[in-house]
Structures are given as C-alpha cells and as structure tokens.
Design a protein around this ligand. Sequence first.
Ligand code: FMN
Length: 202
Amino acid sequence: MAAVPGLLADRRSIRAFRSDPVPPDALDDLVAAACLAPAPHHSRPWRWVVLHTPEAKAALAAGMGARWGVDLRGDGVSPARVDELVAASRRRLEAAPALLLGCLTDDGLDRYPDEGRQRAEWGMALLALGAAVENLMLAATAGGLASCWVAAPIFCPEEAGAALDLDPSWLPHALVLVGYPEPSYEPRLRPPLDLDRLRVRR
Ligand SMILES: Cc1cc2nc3c(=O)[nH]c(=O)nc-3n(C[C@H](O)[C@H](O)[C@H](O)COP(=O)(O)O)c2cc1C
C-alpha cells in the first residue's frame, strides 16, 4: 500500500477528544476544505452548521435522540435499553468539542419531470456530500484534529433541522465530531484489505 498517500491511511475515526475547544477559524478551514469537493454542475449541494456551544450540541442531541427513541421503541427495544442508548448517544455528541453538520440542499441541482432521474440527481448530491465529508476529515487529520462521522442525522433530517431551527431546505445528512484527539484512544483495527474480493478487472 506504499502508493496510497499517508494522509489517507492516517485519517482514522477517533471517538474520544480532549476537552480543549477548537478555534472557530480552524472549524471554518474544515468547512472550506469540504467545499473543495467535486459536486455535480458546480452545485455545491451542501450547507454546513458549525456547532460549538453546549446549548446547540444539546439541542441537536435531544432532537435526534427523541426520534431515535421512537424508532427503537417501534423496533421492540425495552424502554430501559432505549433510555440507555439514547443517553449514551447524547453524551457522545455533547462531549465532542465541536460538531459539524453537513446538510443537503437541492439548490443548484437539475430538475427532471420523472422520478427516476430526480432520484439520481439527489443521489449525486448525496455522493458529493460524502466526498465533502471525506475532504473535511482529511483536512482535520492534516491539521492535527480528530474526527468521526456519525450517521444519525440521515435517519432523522427533519428532526435534526428543527432542533437547530434550520431553514427547512437544509436537510441534515452527515454529522462529524471534531476535536483534539484524546491520546489514549486507540482506533479500531481496520479489517485486512482483500483487493481481489473488492474489485474485478475487465
Ligand atoms: C456514512 C458513515 C456513517 C458512519 N456512522 C458512524 C456512527 O454513527 N458512529 C460511529 O462511531 N462511526 C461511524 N462511522 C465511522 C465508521 O465506523 C468508520 O469510518 C469505519 O469503522 C472505518 O474506520 P476508520 O474511519 O477509522 O478508517 C461512519 C462512517 C460513515 C462513512
């Protein structure tokens, strides 16, 4: 794997942070890095919310947690376990020094009269958001910051947006925890890479 740039391998999902705040300019630099990602028709179909106050983090955690609780109860999970899971998730979000929330917007996307192509267009926006999040996390790694992508908002974009009083056209889809790494945290082992299983040549 010597040909893979070191930065790509160095980026790991880090889930524990020192309590030091991240300077607002450093967070803006991460958003700027995200915005360098490729996007269909130069659309930049993303918007970013930088959450650095305890109140904003708590509001997002509570809004998403309430919805997750409903979903878990619907799955038949016991009330005690639901409370435990939701509380752990809330603690995790609130413990991160900053949260960067990537939202999708249809501003700049092409419109189609049929559902199939419209869905593909939205899919392209989602791919572009993924590329943007990877940029953001690589920039964090390069700057000595730790990060971890959290899936939660994609399951409850409306609730996440309402919790932060966002414009309804901003649909939260990707959450990234950001902070200075807790030195004792050991990232999980990466599974071995078996290229022969993951790609074919034609
Ligand atoms: C779309 C997406 C959603 C993820 N959601 C979560 C999550 O909810 N919680 C979490 O701890 N990690 C989450 N991760 C991080 C993955 O677990 C992690 O990327 C994977 O284990 C590989 O580890 P690495 O990032 O250190 O290489 C997510 C990653 C992606 C790409």
